[in-house]
Design a protein around this ligand. Structure first.
Ligand SMILES: Cc1cc2nc3c(=O)[nH]c(=O)nc-3n(C[C@H](O)[C@H](O)[C@H](O)COP(=O)(O)OP(=O)(O)OC[C@H]3O[C@@H](n4cnc5c(N)ncnc54)[C@H](O)[C@@H]3O)c2cc1C
Ligand code: FES
Length: 348
């Protein structure tokens, strides 16, 4: 074990141990240290820190998040393993420790249901139950693959020893090739739960959730939580689900049933960017609103209306990075939504 000391910009120091096999970010989070992070997997750059003393191994030198390491000595904590005792400094202050605390747990992944050519549900059965909040994600390590992948839990069954992931096959993707092309069960190792895009019904606020493609994954957990709780007497919640075209659509039955169950407290709009919905599709899902356009454009009038409701909604955004960035830009600068009301996950 190596001794790690991290000092933040206020001068506060926190200490924890990390083996040379473990990424420093993950070891710190597991030890309850509030290290800055977002994706946990090398893309966002939020976990950068300056190496002051000691030696680290850079486990993914090509990580996109390295673009934000501009000062000499800066490294990504989520892609660095300690070679010996190490001290690091942060430009930011420590965050509060994760709640619920994140844990390391073994699991087994099996195909649950194929939804389209490149989207499927996978069941993850855990060695023991895990406590998490609706909207959170897990870092999933697969056998013989360098680096874990971040996948959102789609259910809200905290305390259960299983949950499902909704996975999209990424062309040429390392994890995609393993999970979609292996028929056997896969042993996986999870670090979970992570993520700040959490829905808490106790806030007493409706939500506007804007999802691009597989970004619907975390929204399904939010939906499950809202369904379990019953409608908040605070206004209508909305889901805007952006997809390419009707052929790439999935989970419409699930969303249709949710609108029916939520009894007027939920509206779901399905936005196809490339082709309109057929009359047949609309008839088959009479509770859903179908429209053409990009998710953030389609969401704009919904947000305008929701903004002026009695209770301010919470906004959730998830999906491919370009879609999330366009939506955040629109929400914050065009629609003047307050940043503290927006929670998001960039899927990359
Ligand atoms: C918060 C969050 C939640 C997400 N939720 C979902 C979800 O619910 N469903 C879903 O389908 N996708 C989700 N994603 C995207 C997911 O993490 C993967 O990008 C996706 O599954 C494709 O993985 P891949 O291995 O097939 O593709 P690849 O292109 O091989 O890899 C994708 C990601 O894996 C990591 N990676 C790649 N190579 C390495 C390496 N050599 N060393 C270390 N790390 C590496 C990087 O983060 C990279 O962006 C989420 C992403 C984030 C950040
Ligand atoms: S948390 Fe390390 S790059 Fe995102």
């Amino acid at each position: 074990m190596n001794k790690i000391v991290v000092t933040d910009r206020t001068g506060e120091s926190q200490r924890f141990d990390a083996s040379d096999k473990m990424r420093i970010l993950h070891a710190g989070l597991l030890a309850g240290v509030g290290l800055p992070h977002e994706c946990g997997t090398g893309t966002c750059g939020m976990c950068k820190a300056k190496l002051e003393t000691g030696e680290i191994a850079d486990l993914w030198p090509e990580a996109p998040g390295r673009r934000s390491c501009r000062r000499p000595g800066e490294v990504l904590l989520c892609q660095s393993a300690a070679v010996n005792d190490v001290s690091l400094s942060l430009r930011s202050a420590f965050s509060p420790p994760l709640r619920p605390a994140c844990e390391r747990v073994k699991g087994r992944l099996t195909l649950e249901e194929t939804l389209t050519d490149d989207v499927a549900l996978f069941r993850c059965t855990l060695e023991r139950p895990l406590v998490y909040e609706a909207g959170q994600f897990a870092l999933v390590g697969l056998p013989d693959l360098s680096g874990p992948r971040a996948w959102s839990m789609i259910d809200y069954t905290p305390g259960a020893a299983h949950f499902d992931f909704l996975l999209r096959r990424a062309p040429g993707g390392g994890a995609s090739a393993i999970v979609f092309d292996t028929s056997d069960e896969l042993d996986v190792e999870l670090i979970a739960p992570l993520g700040q895009a959490i829905f808490d019904p106790d806030e007493g606020r409706p939500f506007v959730a804007i999802a691009g493609g597989s970004g619907i994954a975390g929204m399904l957990a939010i939906l499950a939580r809202a369904e379990a709780e019953g409608p908040v007497n605070a206004g209508t919640s909305h889901i805007v689900f952006g997809l390419r075209d009707p052929d790439s659509a999935y989970l419409l039955d699930r969303l249709d049933a949710a609108v029916s169950q939520m009894n007027g407290a939920l509206r779901v709009t399905v936005a196809f960017s490339d082709a309109p919905a057929s009359a047949l599709l609309q008839q088959a899902h009479a509770n859903l609103i179908f429209t053409e356009g990009l998710a953030h454009d389609v969401a704009a009038p919904i947000v305008e209306q929701a903004k002026h409701g009695d209770v301010k909604p919470v906004y959730f955004v998830a999906g491919p990075p370009a879609m999330v960035d366009a939506t955040l830009q629109h929400l914050l600068t065009v629609l003047n939504v307050a940043a503290e009301d927006v929670r998001y996950d960039r899927f990359g």
